[in-house]
Structures are given as C-alpha cells and as structure tokens.
Design a protein around this ligand. Structure first.
Ligand code: T4K
Length: 373
C-alpha cells in the first residue's frame, strides 16, 4: 500500500471552467486591480452573506487587522490573546501599540472575559479578541466590558467565515471584525482579507481605512493618511465570487468530516474534543483535539510524530503561544496566561477539508488510538 500524504487542510476550488469564465471580463476590461468591478461585486455579495453593513477587501487577513488598528488611530495598550496565529500580535506591535495578554477559556480557547477587567489600565485603548477554530468569543460579555470602559473592540475573525450567533453575522459584533480569505480558510480568495463594520462608521473609519490601504491616497492631489499598499486584485475577487457560490456546500461537507471524527474519538479518557456552542451556526473550520499526557501516558508531540510517520500531517495550531515567540523573548511571560500555555502544549489540529474521504478520517482516528494504546 502506498503511504498516504494528508495535509492539515486542502484548498477548496471551483471548477476550472467556472473560474476561467469568471475572469473572462478581466481580459476585456484590462482592469486588474485597484478596486475594480469584481472587487465591488464581491464586497456587496460578502456584506449580504456575512450579514454585515459594510465590507472592505484587502490583500490579506493580516493587513485587515493591522490597518484597522491604524485607521482607528489607537495609542497605548491593547488587551489581546496569545492563543492565536502570530499575525494578531504582530499587527498590534507593528502599530506601535503594546499587547497585554489575557488568558483564555479552556473550553472555547477564546479570551476569558472574566480576566479582562483586571488588565485594564489608564493606557488601555482597545480589546482585540480572536474567535478561534470557528468558536466564537463571549461577544456579549466582552462588548459590555468594552462599553463600560469606553474601549474599541476589534475582533480577529480569521477563523469564523459564515458563523452566526443568535442569527446575527459574527462580523457585526464589536466595532470591526477582520476576516482572512487565505487559501487555507473555509472561504478563500487565494490571498485576501476583509474588514467588516457598521454603516455608522462608513464616513469616519471606513473612509480612513480605504485611504490607508491605498498609500493614504484620497484622490490625485490629496493624501491625508500614511499607508502601505494593501489593495485587493481582480483575480482574487474572481476566485472569491466563484467560491462564494459553493461555500454552503463546502461547509456541509466539512460538517460530515467533523461528525465522523466525533463518532470515532468521543468518550476516550484523556482526549477532549471541541464542543459545539449554543446559539451558534458553525463553519467547521478546524478540528482541534486536546491530548492529556497525564491520562494517556503519551504526549501530543509523540502523537503528531506518529501520525507524521504514517503520512498524516496534523499541525500544532497554536504553539508556541504568541507571548513566548522568539521575537518577543524576555518581553512577556507566557506563565501569565497559564491556560493558553497548557493548551498550546496539548492541542493538535487534525486534517480537515471539504473533500476529505471519511475513510481517511477513520484511518487517522485508528492511528491515534494505536498511538495512545
Ligand atoms: N489571524 C488568525 C487567527 C489567523 O489564523 C490568520 C491566518 C491570520 C490572522 C492572518 O490571515 P492571513 O494574512 O493569512 O490572511 C496558515 C495560513 O497561511 C494562515 O493564513 C493561517 N492563519 C494559519 C493558521 O495557517 P501555515 O504556515 O500553517 O500554512 P501552510 O502554508 O503550512 O499551509 C497549511 C496547509 O494548507 C498545507 O499543509 C496545505 C494546505 N494548503 C496551503 C496552501 C498555502 C493548501 O491546500 N493550499 C495552499 O495554497 O499558515
């Protein structure tokens, strides 16, 4: 039998012909980037799909966070989580802001609202929580804290495309939400990202963000902001338009994969699976599993290695936590966020993508059972 080679995820793709058809008008118009027709169409369609007022497209999810913070003109400290992809923390620091790390809830892996207020100082200007793996933060509790202390609330929504809470698009919570449309995401535009926000912010924040992502330019002669180039192009927009037509079907297929994993791995002492959340329409973005070495007698790293020996490439999302990475060495103490630290040593994200064969899920689960035997 040839060895399997299953990576942690695999990009969803439209039919080749569908994409070619979608990019045909780009040849006719010769308009390739800089807020073209497809960009505008995708923005409109996304606002409707995500149930948000406004959507602005950018080159990637990282720029969505970094430039949202810039457009808010923030200064001081930002309360955030270390249990995330490095992008979240880099976006804060690259704005000259100081990240203050809040620990996470051990069930949802998102920022624990009970621990936020103790971290607020007179320098705090914002809270930047992350919806992790498709799980949403306690948006109601966090919003109450942000309002009470007059803090801006920016969500890293890279993992929650299409997720809804009590029928509301997740991108409609807080001041702004930042989505990633990277090739590895539930919905992608090859590379891409979006900022969603309320209509009331259109003439202030929205305008500023649209200038900042385009070198700060308002028009040919007016450059009121300082900005890089984070413009989204027409080929990525075309991929987005195609993928959006199929995203519900892709999420339904992911659901089947997740259900199969749950059937196989539920009820095993020492293995904790991600829990569905009440009132949440999920997107099945990732399948994280917590392996407790004290009960299993084998640690997460050995399980990862064992899977790798059989061609199964699970990933340690998120290890190391961002307050312990080398570029911040000595600046922060990861022991200040003990739950995040512990989870980062126990979590393994198993392969998950829409076209995954259910028998491959069974194979992976059998390997895990063998590894912990
Ligand atoms: N905030 C959070 C919470 C995030 O998770 C991310 C990104 C961001 C912000 C920033 O958003 P972006 O600026 O990226 O839009 C991946 C992704 O590159 C990254 O987007 C993602 N989070 C992060 C969690 O995962 P790597 O270094 O693990 O990706 P890589 O290249 O190893 O790919 C993983 C697997 O995906 C591969 O083994 C195979 C598959 N793959 C990958 C690519 C590039 C495909 O099937 N097709 C592809 O084109 O970071």
């Amino acid at each position: 039998m040839t060895q399997k080679n299953i990576l942690v995820t695999r990009s969803s793709m439209p039919a080749f012909e569908e994409y070619v058809e979608e990019i045909r008008d780009i040849w006719d118009s010769r308009w390739l980037t800089n807020m073209g027709a497809k960009h505008k169409q995708l923005q409109k369609e996304l606002s409707s799909y995500l149930k948000v007022d406004e959507t602005d497209l950018l080159t990637n999810g990282h720029m969505a966070i970094e430039l949202s913070l810039a457009a808010m003109g923030l200064q001081g400290e930002v309360i955030t989580t270390p249990f995330t992809f490095i992008s979240t923390t880099q976006a804060i620091v690259r704005n000259g802001l100081t990240p203050v790390f809040c620990d996470i809830d051990p069930v949802t892996y998102t920022m624990d609202p009970k621990k936020i207020e103790a971290l607020i100082t007179e320098k705090t200007c914002a809270i930047l929580p992350v919806h992790v793996y498709g799980n949403i933060c306690d948006v109601e509790a966090i919003e109450e804290i942000a309002r009470k202390h007059n803090l801006k609330l920016i969500y890293d929504a890279a993992h929650v495309f299409g997720v809804e809470y009590k029928g509301r698009g997740i991108g409609s919570f807080g001041d702004v939400s930042c989505f990633s449309f990277h090739a590895t995401k539930v919905f992608h535009t090859i590379e891409g990202g979006a900022v969603t926000y309320a209509e009331a912010m259109k003439d202030t924040f929205g305008k500023k963000l649209s200038y900042i992502k385009d070198f700060g330019i308002e028009d040919e002669e007016s450059i009121p902001e300082i900005g890089p180039n984070a413009k989204f192009n027409e080929f990525c927009a075309a991929m987005g338009l195609c993928n959006l037509r199929h995203v519900d079907g892709e999420i339904a297929k992911r659901q089947k994969v997740v259900e199969r994993y749950r059937e196989n791995l539920s009820g095993i002492p020492g293995i904790t699976l991600n829990q569905p959340q009440k009132d949440v329409k999920p997107n099945y973005a990732y399948f994280p599993v917590i392996f407790d070495e004290e009960i299993l007698g084998v640690n997460r790293d050995r399980i990862k290695e064992f899977l790798g020996e059989h061609g199964i490439h699970a990933r340690k999302y998120f290890y190391p936590i961002t307050n312990s990475v080398s570029c911040y060495q000595g600046k922060y103490d990861p022991h200040d966020t003990p739950i995040a630290l512990k989870m980062s040593h126990q979590v393994l994200t198993l392969p998950l993508f829409a076209d995954m064969e259910l028998e491959d899920v069974d194979y992976i689960c059998d390997l895990i059972k063998e590894a912990i035997r």
